[in-house]
Design a protein around this ligand. Structure first.
Ligand code: SAM
Length: 240
């Protein structure tokens, strides 16, 4: 946790400029990892709001009191919408964290032929569970703005009815290892990027995405896991 994130309600409840946090994951972390004591200065942010710093006023088993100064805006978002074939539950947690840490602000999880239907029943897709993983990614990267995550259980209606509005005004790509085109670097324009399931998109799906204006692109002959392909593609498209 590089940045401790406060809920807006915690900030609103501050008395005399001091935010009081109950004993929770954040307290355990700043004690165990930061070895915080009275006077320690921590990086903080407010979910959906500004970043800044907080001086520890009191810390004990019952909670944490912080004098908070919020003086910076969160970093700019990655100008990219991600369309991702739903990964298996073990991977999806890491993907949520990576999406938030990379600054992607819109994630559409979609069905595909090689996505097992049982994955949609995972408790990790419950809204609270998704938010918990996204917050870990924001804390890691020092951001405060949660990505919007939507679930699309049917590939064809999503691609034909919803994707056109998502792609409009962006450059679209589908990451596909055998594609002839190389993934471009440092796009100046907003992008829409589709990443396939562990077994890859089938030909029908690549064709359907291409019909909506997504160009098939490759990172080269090394076939990467989804959680490896994601940062490689986002870093390449959005560039430093
Ligand atoms: N055998 C599958 C295939 O050839 O498509 C491998 C799928 S890979 C484990 C999962 C997804 O990550 C792919 O569908 C693609 O979107 C992305 N990916 C992985 N390696 C890639 C590469 N070298 N170039 C482009 N995309 C890649």
């Amino acid at each position: 946790m590089n940045t401790l994130l406060l809920a807006p309600s915690e900030l609103a409840a501050a008395a005399d400029g001091v935010v009081r946090l109950a004993a929770d994951r954040r307290l355990r972390h700043v004690r165990a990892v930061h070895r915080a004591a009275a006077g320690t200065v921590l990086r903080v942010g407010v979910l959906g709001g500004r970043l800044g710093r907080a001086t520890v006023v009191r810390i004990d088993d019952t909670g944490l009191d912080l004098a908070v100064v919020l003086d910076r805006e969160p970093p700019p978002p990655a100008p990219l919408t991600l369309v991702l074939a739903l990964p298996r539950p073990k991977v999806v947690r890491r993907v949520f964290q990576a999406v938030a840490a990379l600054g992607v602000k819109r994630l559409c999880l979609v069905a595909a032929w090689r996505v097992e239907k049982s994955y949609w029943e995972s408790p990790l897709l419950a809204a609270a569970a998704v938010t918990a993983e996204l917050v870990l990614g924001l804390e890691q990267a020092g951001d405060t703005v949660l990505p919007a995550v939507t679930l699309h259980r049917r590939f064809k209606p999503f691609v034909e009815d919803e994707l056109p509005a998502i792609v409009a005004g962006t450059r679209g790509f589908v990451a596909h290892p055998p594609a002839a085109g190389r993934c471009p670097c440092d796009l100046a324009a907003p992008a829409t990027l589709a990443i396939g399931p562990e077994g890859g998109f089938i030909g029908y799906e690549v064709d359907a995405l291409e019909r909506q204006g997504l160009a098939a692109v490759s990172l080269g002959p090394r076939v990467l896991r989804v959680e490896q392909a994601l940062p490689a593609l986002v870093a390449r498209l959005c560039g430093p």
